[in-house]
Design a protein around this ligand. Structure first.
Ligand SMILES: *Cc1c(COP(=O)(O)O)cnc(C)c1O
Length: 386
């Protein structure tokens, strides 16, 4: 493996493997039928991977639309020159309708007040605003209640400034096989779509599948799938392993900025929560901390990789730095073949020789999911595209 040097100003970075992203995107594209569009979800700066380079790679691999969470995320993509359709996955405040029209961003819609404000803004700009109708089929998050969907459309459809470009719902349990609640949501969604069509209303593109839905439920790909976490090489749940080959796209690395042999009994970090137990133990410092997404609750719990060997992180993780211990003489888990040196590359997430630390491993230690781990590392670390 060619070693990335890292940014010149800080020995800490996120490596984004765009070739892996392209292969993952193609793998999903192959799951979808010919007429089915692929909408890539790039909210939270593409789950921490950096939205603009990811979008270009995804589009080259067959994606036709993109989705973000916030208006600001959408505007940033337009300003970066992304011209493909962009859906905002929730209904923003009505105060931003002009911004949406100006930047040709499609919001999710579920209230008539917002929809009519959007229509007005579009009409006065001499345009038609495209939106997607969000339907709550059982997740109790956003969307029009399914019993009210037809009425909402009838209330807003007169407006010449509005065009329904899509109708969608979101599943709460798409990762659970043979799940009753999933089946219930899907039935309710089908019924809602039929009711809208029965009332003579154009639904636009019908879509409901997220990553686990796309993998496990091809029967409801409808017109488009909204694929997120899987593109980044992460499985949304244990249930999708074995159904599709995915390669992790993100690695997180830094370099040793200081290493010493402290005295036996010396404490490490704020609160001195770890003390040097023996002679010949090195303590090394890496410039990555909780402001970079390395959760403080991992303190004294996680491993890092150096030269393909696991070493134990020690002391409380600081805002911008953490320390780890190296026992060259091979006590228990810390067993490098040589002492650690200034400038050595340290891997927090990713592969180093035959060892690998996954986002899932870190998520397990944090009591969370791989989604949150990669989003967090997107916060401040410089990204290097390989
Ligand atoms: C985040 C999100 C997705 C993508 O979910 P993944 O599990 O990452 O595929 C799809 N649809 C909506 C509405 C979302 O909020």
């Amino acid at each position: 493996m060619e070693r990335v040097q890292g940014p010149e100003s800080r020995w800490a970075w996120v490596e984004v493997n765009l070739a892996a992203l392209r292969r993952n995107t193609s793998a999903f594209r192959r799951l979808l039928g010919r007429g089915v569009e692929m909408m890539c979800v790039v909210k939270a700066d593409a789950y921490g991977h950096g939205a603009v380079p990811c979008i270009k790679t995804m589009h080259a691999a067959g994606a036709s639309q993109f989705a973000v969470a916030t208006v600001r995320e959408g505007v940033a993509l337009r300003e970066a020159g992304i011209e493909w359709p962009i859906l905002i996955l929730s209904e923003p405040p009505a105060t931003c309708v002009q911004t949406l029209v100006e930047h040709d961003l499609m919001p999710a819609v579920y209230t008539s007040e917002f929809a009519l404000a959007l229509g007005e803004a579009a009409a006065s700009a001499g345009r038609v605003a495209r939106y997607h109708l969000a339907v709550d089929t059982g997740m109790t998050r956003i969307g029009v209640r399914r019993a009210d969907a037809v009425e909402l459309r009838r209330t807003i459809d007169f407006h010449r400034g509005l065009e329904c470009a899509g109708t969608f719902t979101h599943f709460a349990t798409a990762d659970v096989p043979d799940d009753w609640d999933f089946a219930l949501q899907l039935n309710r969604f089908r019924e809602t779509v039929e009711a809208l069509r029965g009332a003579g209303l154009d639904t636009g593109l019908v879509h409901c599948d997220n990553t686990p839905g796309t993998i496990l439920h091809p029967e409801c790909h409808f017109d488009m799938c909204r694929v997120g976490v899987g593109l980044y090489g992460l499985h949304p749940a244990d249930t999708t392993h074995g159904c599709i080959d995915l390669e992790p796209v993100m690695s997180v690395r830094g370099r040793v900025v200081r290493v010493i042999y402290p005295n036996v009994g010396d404490g490490v970090g704020y609160g001195l929560t770890w003390r040097v137990p023996r002679r010949n133990i090195q303590v090394a410092t890496v410039p990555i901390g909780y402001a970079d997404g390395l959760a403080r609750e991992l303190s004294n719990q996680m491993d890092v990789l150096v030269g393909g060997v696991r070493c134990r992180q020690v002391g409380n993780i600081c805002m911008d730095q953490f320390m780890f211990a190296v026992d060259v003489n091979g006590a228990r888990s810390y067993r490098p073949t040589r002492p650690v040196e200034y400038g050595d590359v340290v891997t927090l997430i990713g592969a180093d020789d035959d060892e690998r630390i996954t986002a899932e491993e870190m998520a397990g230690l944090r009591n969370t999911i791989n989604y949150e781990v990669v989003c967090d590392f997107g916060m401040r670390l410089e990204k290097i595209y390989t």
